[in-house]
Design a protein around this ligand. Structure first.
Ligand code: ADE
Length: 424
């Protein structure tokens, strides 16, 4: 059976909603059968001659929608198991793209019923008995829930394939990787002395892409720095990201400079994390030639040996591994490859004066155009000679137990990559 998005809007002002539903954009989705939107008039579910739907608030105040007719209207669209009920109210959680996507998915399997309140709202007992999610479209008060309901229907419907003309437009949009959209221009190329940016006129896709990403990053930093924490910034890094795992110079348990041995799990688990989050290369640094040889042998087993056929996913991860004799060598290799000096982000489990919060690091990476290189230390962490020469030092990842901070380097890499490049 073809799955479609099923939405019902329950309202005391059906004409308001119907006008929008029959508009051309939604019309395309409805005509294709991928979108079904019904509008239910609460008054059709009243019993008395006056078709009364509201009454005075107990304890004083304005009019409140009565629970009975609302519940009957709701039951007319779907049974309890077959529905998800959303209620727009200024007291709800802020509506954002992730919630829209969740409700889009829900509306493919169940019917999404949006119940519009009016006046002072709806009787709380109706909410308690029926509502799954209360959402707000902003910190202001409207006269009713119809506009928020329409906003939600619109945001969901544009996720339905075929509703928005150009599919890619949806993916390129604001909030698709959690960032704001870039500016748009059309003809004339010069409007009253104001010209369209050069980069958009030359026909070079790379130049256009780079201009747009730069503008999107600039706008997000200046207008909505709060959303950067959740965003996947990989598409906005001009030169991508690298992970370096350092075995020298690192600290031993006594705080002395030392060299650690390669750990097999670090090869497998970190390469898989790098592949998952789109890291360009995973550089393993050890001055010990036999250790580098061992890494190469293990990687070769998975890239070209028996392991390649046995587990092709592992092959893709292992292909990201590169061994280097020193940190300088690793950074030089990245610099030659990217034709730009690396922006190094050193990680540490210990406090470091001048260390930047991870959200601050994320913001810095959006401002620079150099390759982002995350350096992780094995043993008891990076030696201070690495920390002091890095572009930035990122403050420790820490849990609630402030007296214990001993994550494995594999856990640290996973957490950092997800904070910077996780898709939500
Ligand atoms: N109903 C009235 N005002 C509202 C708002 N800001 N968001 C959602 N529903 C509402």
């Amino acid at each position: 059976m073809k799955s479609s998005v099923k939405i019902s809007v329950i309202t005391a002002f059906p004409e308001l909603v119907k006008g929008f539903v029959s508009s051309s954009v939604l019309g395309r989705g409805i005509a294709s059968g991928k979108l079904e939107v019904s509008v239910v008039d609460i008054r059709d579910y009243t019993s008395g001659a006056y078709r009364q739907i509201d009454d005075y608030s107990f304890g004083g105040g304005g009019m409140v929608l009565m629970p009975g007719s609302l519940e009957s209207a709701l039951e007319s669209v779907a049974c309890r198991e077959g529905r998800c009920v959303a209620y727009p109210t200024p007291q709800g959680i802020p509506l954002h793209q992730e919630l829209v996507e969740d409700l889009y998915r829900v509306s493919m399997t169940k019917r999404l019923a949006i119940v519009c309140g009016h006046y002072e709202g709806v009787d709380e007992r109706f909410v308690e008995r029926n509502v799954d999610v209360e959402f707000s479209i902003g910190d202001f008060v409207l006269t009713g829930g119809e506009l928020p309901a329409i906003a939600l229907v619109d945001a969901i419907s544009r996720l339905v394939k075929g509703v928005v003309g150009r599919e890619r437009a949806v993916e390129e949009d604001s909030f698709f990787s959690g960032m704001l959209d870039h500016p748009h221009y059309t003809r004339p190329a010069n409007f009253k002395g104001s010209a369209v940016p050069e980069a958009l006129l030359g026909g070079s896709h790379a130049a256009i892409d780079s201009f747009r990403k730069e503008e999107a990053a600039r706008r997000t930093i200046s207008r909505r720095p709060d959303i950067i924490a959740r965003a996947d910034i990989m598409p906005y890094l001009k030169k991508g990201a690298y992970v370096v795992l350092l075995h020298h110079p690192v600290l031993d348990r006594n705080g002395q400079k030392s060299t650690t041995a390669i750990t097999g799990m670090d090869l497998h688990d970190i390469s898989r994390a790098c592949r998952t989050y789109g890291v360009k290369k995973y550089l393993i640094v050890t001055p010990l030639a036999p250790q580098r040889e061992m890494v190469k042998k293990i990687a070769a087993h998975w890239i070209a040996g028996y392991g390649a056929g046995f587990n092709p996913d592992r092959k893709e991860a292992m292909e990201l591994i590169k061994t280097c004799a020193s940190l300088d060598g690793a950074l030089k290799w990245i610099e030659e490859r990217e034709k730009a000096s690396p922006f190094t982000v050193a990680t540490t489990a210990k406090p470091w004066s001048g260390g930047l919060n991870w959200t601050g690091v994320k913001r810095r990476l959006l401002e620079v155009s150099n390759p982002a290189v995350f350096i992780f230390g094995t043993g008891s962490g990076l030696h201070e000679e690495v920390l002091s020469r890095s572009s930035v030092v990122m403050r420790p990842i820490s849990g609630g137990n402030r007296d214990y901070n001993h994550l494995s380097v594999r856990s640290a890499v996973g957490i950092v990559l997800d904070r910077f490049f996780g898709f939500r």
